[in-house]
Design a binder for this molecule. Structure first.
Ligand code: AMP
Ligand code: MG
Length: 290
């Protein structure tokens, strides 16, 4: 018999603190909110739950899409940020993958191209936003413009400093235009990153994901964490809240993100549109054709 997952309150547990953020105080191996019933075999328990939550996500996504066909303007965006090997791709596959691909818009952001660099940093982001009825997933995002860009000093300090407020204004403007934004930092430990990089190198089918430059970024771990702490502290509005998901355990990561999505989408209560025709009248007409 399929299990019926319980709706929880993971948003409360995982919301980034208001004010200063100290990532060192969040244990990447921890599993906040995991119930006692998972104790025997947490991995299998969490996997089953994700499948079951996925049924709800699918239905909610369809309702959001249907709502847009009735003229609704609402849309949704999941932003995923993490250090290399943090599990962004896995989360897209395992969690977003429970939904109908037709209702998703998944976009990955790499280093901007020469032509993208001619525009303000939010230009390519705006173009990638989901349209009405869709669920967007950003694998990296405009936050790279205050993360890697800060760590490597790619723009002058005053330009960088202005970006936090620009991001807040952008997200607030989008929220007013019907976008629900859920931002998730997948939080892995330095050790876990080393393990995952090693397994990328050891496995010929994973080597394509490795880039020798990843080691140079890894060497800047503390700088990256400091940049994350600033971004999480400065851009954590109720319009676009940040959540920090401990991500050393992949099964916990997927379960936590699935719950965050479910809670947020469920609260939207997307509704099927009222038909602008009379179904019984149509049925009568249909019968007349057979
Ligand atoms: P990957 O996600 O492994 O394909 O790597 C993409 C790379 O692009 C990462 O090193 C990101 O930090 C980098 N990247 C993404 N957005 C930006 C940006 N706005 N400016 C500079 N580098 C970026
Ligand atoms: Mg990479």
């Amino acid at each position: 018999m399929p299990i019926e997952p319980e709706r929880r309150d993971m948003r409360k547990l995982l919301r980034a603190p208001t004010g200063a953020v100290d990532l060192a105080a969040i244990e990447p191996k921890s599993t906040p909110g995991l119930p006692d019933e998972a104790d025997d075999d947490p991995k299998s328990w969490a996997r089953e739950q994700v499948t079951a939550i996925g049924e709800h996500l699918s239905e909610l996504q369809e309702r959001l899409y249907a709502e847009s066909k009735g003229g609704g303007r609402r849309r949704f965006l999941l932003v995923l940020q993490a250090m290399d090997c943090g599990g962004k791709d896995g989360t897209v596959r395992k969690v977003a993958g429970t939904m109908n691909p037709q209702g998703l818009r998944v976009v990955a952001f790499g280093a901007p191209t020469q032509s993208e660099l001619k525009h303000p940093f939010l230009w390519r982001i705006r173009r990638a936003l989901p349209s009405a009825g869709l669920i967007g997933v950003f694998n990296r995002s405009h936050y790279e413009d205050v993360l890697i860009v800060k760590v490597h000093g790619l723009v002058p300090a005053n330009v960088l400093a202005a970006r936090y407020d620009e991001i807040n204004r952008f997200e607030a403007e989008q929220a007013r235009e019907g976008l629900t934004i859920l931002k998730v930092m997948l939080h892995i430990s330095r050790n876990e990153q080393a393990k995952r990089l090693a397994s990328r190198l050891a496995d010929p089918t994973k080597r394509w994901k490795y880039n020798p430059a990843d080691l140079a970024e890894r060497a800047r771990w503390d700088d990256y964490h400091a940049a994350y702490e600033t971004a999480l502290a400065r851009c954590n509005s109720d319009d676009a809240p940040w959540y920090v998901v401990p991500a050393d355990r992949k099964w916990y990561r997927d379960w936590a993100v699935a719950n965050l999505l479910w809670e947020t989408l469920d609260d939207l209560e997307p509704h099927y549109p009222k038909p602008d025709f009379d179904p019984s009248e149509e049925l009568r007409k249909l019968a007349a054709t057979t």
